[in-house]
Design a protein around this ligand. Structure first.
Ligand code: SF4
Length: 283
């Protein structure tokens, strides 16, 4: 199967807009766990079941980690599925208690996961006795609710769901491949109702229609932690940063750092624990 190319010719039923239209290729990876560094302080490893991401968010700085200009520029239109991911994780003998962040450079619940189930296979390996890591799942994908049965079997786990705006119109401009806000909220409610700790990540925060209503909606979801932030930005050459596409959309919508600060203050009136700093700590 290595190198085989298959394109999902039609969007998966029930998925909005562009979801499910990335070209997907199956590859054999050399490793599945990467030593954590930089912003993943406190973690042992990051775990990326895929390279590339079918969600294709305009602001995604993971695109800067690509080794060619072509892969950078076509970010969102290609995905590599690591067909031997489970095999590699099974070969890791000292998984117990390791602090793992899944994922830092892709989304473990992007559309192709519904078909190939690599993330689910990894969770099946993690729940085995004597192998349980401390896992944080970072996603924009409502498909995470499919795996509640496995997530519940992990002793230390948290699901971080990114919900960046309350406007589906804004969402379509920055995150054309992602599920609606309501579907993400509903998935998060299901995860929380199953007794699994959650974080809502308003990251990067995008323009909001009604900060007060959004804050109350988030509050009612019963989250454990909430985090918010401005676009990731670096002045250093070749460093990961927000893509120009996103800056252009932000400019068109009048979304400035000042507006972000004002909105953050409005949210904090109803969410005083916003940015308590624990939303990204290991589970
Ligand atoms: S879901 Fe995450 S990894 Fe995928 S494109 Fe969006 S920001 Fe990047």
């Amino acid at each position: 199967m290595q190198g085989s190319l298959f394109v999902l010719e039609e969007p998966t039923q029930g998925l909005p807009e562009r979801q499910g239209q990335a070209a997907v290729r199956s590859i054999r990876a050399r490793q599945i766990l990467t030593r954590a560094n930089g912003s993943l302080e406190g973690y042992d490893y990051s775990l990326n079941p895929y390279s590339g991401c079918g969600f294709g968010c305009a602001y995604c700085f993971a695109s800067f980690f690509q080794d060619s200009q072509d892969r950078f520029e076509s970010w969102g239109s290609w995905v590599e599925a690591k067909e031997n991911a489970v095999e590699l994780l099974r070969a890791k003998k000292d998984l117990l208690g390791k602090k793992i962040f899944m994922s830092s450079a892709t989304d473990p619940y992007q559309p192709i996961e519904a078909k190939c189930g690599i993330t689910r296979g990894l969770l099946e390996t993690m729940v085995e006795p004597g192998r349980q890591p401390r896992l944080v799942v970072q996603t924009r994908g409502p498909l995470v609710a499919r795996d509640i049965d496995l997530l519940k079997r992990l002793k230390y786990v948290r699901v971080n769901m990114s919900i960046t705006t309350d406007s589906d119109e804004v969402r379509k401009q920055f995150e054309p491949g992602c599920a609606s806000i309501e579907r993400r909220l509903e998935a998060l409610r299901q995860v929380k109702a199953a007794g699994i700790p959650t974080t809502i990540c308003i990251l990067p925060m995008l323009p909001l229609e009604d900060p007060e209503r959004f804050a109350k909606t988030i509050r009612d979801s019963g989250f454990d932690f909430a985090a918010a932030g401005w676009f990731h930005h670096s002045d250093r050459a070749f460093a990961a940063s927000t893509r120009d596409t996103a800056w252009k959309v932000a400019e068109r919508l009048g979304w400035t750092r000042t507006e972000y600060q004002r909105t953050l203050t409005a949210l904090q009136r109803y969410l005083p624990s916003l940015n308590c700093g624990r939303g990204f700590a290991p589970a």
